[in-house]
Design a protein around this ligand. Structure first.
Ligand code: PLP
Length: 421
């Protein structure tokens, strides 16, 4: 599609947009002038669906009126509440409902997955991940290694962008997999890198790792709700995500995990267990049958009873994803929004005072563009904020701007580019 720099062009795109009404389903934070901020921070905390309040109030009402009985007699019984999320979340990540479970928080789920899938032996004990990875992932992985009595120095392999480049080449990852093929236990890649916005070639990396007997896991924090995923068909071994970024499920919302069917149905896999991972038929007979019998699905990794008040907004948010036609429909709009932003930024001086470190090709990125400022990056960011833009700053000089397809407009993209100039 050919874009134009005219303001009327942006307004025209909005007028013709079949998904434009979805913006009305969200609360838009206002700036000092009482106008909505240009909210490009959905990669950090997605906006609140208006329906979130109603659904949370429903749970509060059930608690108030029914007390403990709401576990079975609530409008959506709490006892099996997590099951209502299985199908919608499976559609978002391209999985079968028996392969996904909403639970805990992202980093906790990463530890739980590693407890199952990182079983280092004398010869196979290394983990490959990308750099820069999100600090929490690095902490988790390093402590997984030391937890097994190994040294992160020897066991952790980092794949970095080549000098002078910002993103990691797939061939670089494949090359490291080959070079350490007999020593690698796990390859863990961020689906979309939090810093550069690079979308990794998950199926190619997964296949290359598995060909060498290595487990392939992905952290989908910046990928879920942003790019289309097909975890089952890509044959990924495990994945984890959070729900407060592009999934708009609210601060600290319940996170999730994917375990491929071939593992999820294997009740003999080692894991860290709790009562809600146990077969519901024997769950309450723990005093009689102290043996843990996992559910033969991803539910078998669940530890505790579901956090209803953090799950409720996720149900509201996933309903909106479905009404918008799912990831396929949203991705189409997202490519258009971000390509338009890229076009405008290139027209407004990218390469001179700032440059975009996110890959140019739509199939190598999600909605975020990471803009590296040449001079006075912090001042530039502060000026953006003062002009009513909400995006974020990553040291030393990167501004991340993420126009999301559910609630941002083409005119906001146009205004952002104009303000930046
Ligand atoms: C946002 C993010 C996290 C956050 O972890 P929590 O456990 O949800 O606090 C972790 N990893 C990545 C890659 C992220 O982008």
């Amino acid at each position: 599609m050919t874009f134009s720099c005219d303001e009327e062009f942006a307004q025209q795109l909005d007028a013709e947009d079949p998904l434009r009404s979805f913006r009305d389903r969200f609360h838009l934070p206002l700036g000092n002038n009482g106008e909505p901020l240009i909210y490009f921070a959905g990669n950090s905390l997605g906006l609140m669906p208006k329906s979130a309040r109603t659904i949370v109030e429903q749970e509060l009402d059930d608690w108030a009126k029914l007390g403990v009985d709401a576990h079975l007699a609530g409008k959506t019984p709490w006892y099996s509440y997590h099951e209502t999320l299985g199908e919608p979340i499976a559609r978002v990540v391209g999985a079968q409902p028996n392969e996904v479970i909403c639970m805990n928080s992202l980093t906790v789920n990463l530890h739980l997955m590693m407890a199952t899938f990182y079983r280092p032996t004398k010869s196979r004990f290394k983990i490959l991940m990308e750099e820069p990875a999100f600090p929490s992932d690095t902490y988790a992985i390093k402590t997984q290694i030391t937890h097994h009595g190994l040294s992160a120095k020897e066991a952790l392999i980092l794949v970095r962008p080549r000098s002078g480049e910002f993103t990691v080449r797939t061939e670089e990852i494949l090359d490291l997999i080959e070079r350490h093929a007999d020593e690698l236990a796990v390859v863990l890649i961020g689906g979309v890198n939090f810093f550069t916005g690079q979308w990794f070639d998950i199926p190619t990396i997964t296949a290359a790792a598995q060909k060498r007997g290595i487990t392939a896991g992905v952290d989908l924090a910046h990928a879920i709700g942003n790019v289309p995923l097909m975890l089952h068909d890509w044959n990924v071994d495990f994945a984890v995500w959070c729900s407060y970024k592009y999934l708009n499920a609210g601060p600290g919302a319940v996170a999730g995990a994917f375990v491929h069917e071939r593992h999820a149905t294997n009740i003999n896999l080692p894991r860290l267990a709790g009562w809600f991972g146990n077969d519901p038929n024997t769950r309450f007979r723990l005093h009689l049958e102290p043996e843990f019998i996992p559910v033969a699905s991803a539910d078998g990794w669940q530890i505790s009873n579901p956090p209803i008040l953090s799950m409720a907004p996720l149900r509201a948010s996933l309903a909106i994803f479905e009404q918008a036609g799912g990831m396929e429909s949203l991705r189409k709009r997202s490519i258009k929004l971000t390509s338009y932003l890229q076009f405008l930024l290139e027209d407004r001086g990218a390469g001179k005072r700032f440059n975009i470190i996110t890959p140019r090709e739509a199939n190598e990125r999600g909605c975020q563009l990471s803009i590296q400022a040449q001079e006075h990056p912090k001042e530039l960011f502060e000026k953006l904020e003062a002009a009513g833009v909400k995006c974020d700053f990553r040291e030393p000089n990167v501004i991340r701007a993420a126009p999301t397809p559910l609630y941002n407009t083409f005119h906001e993209v146009w205004r952002f580019a104009n303000i930046l100039r």
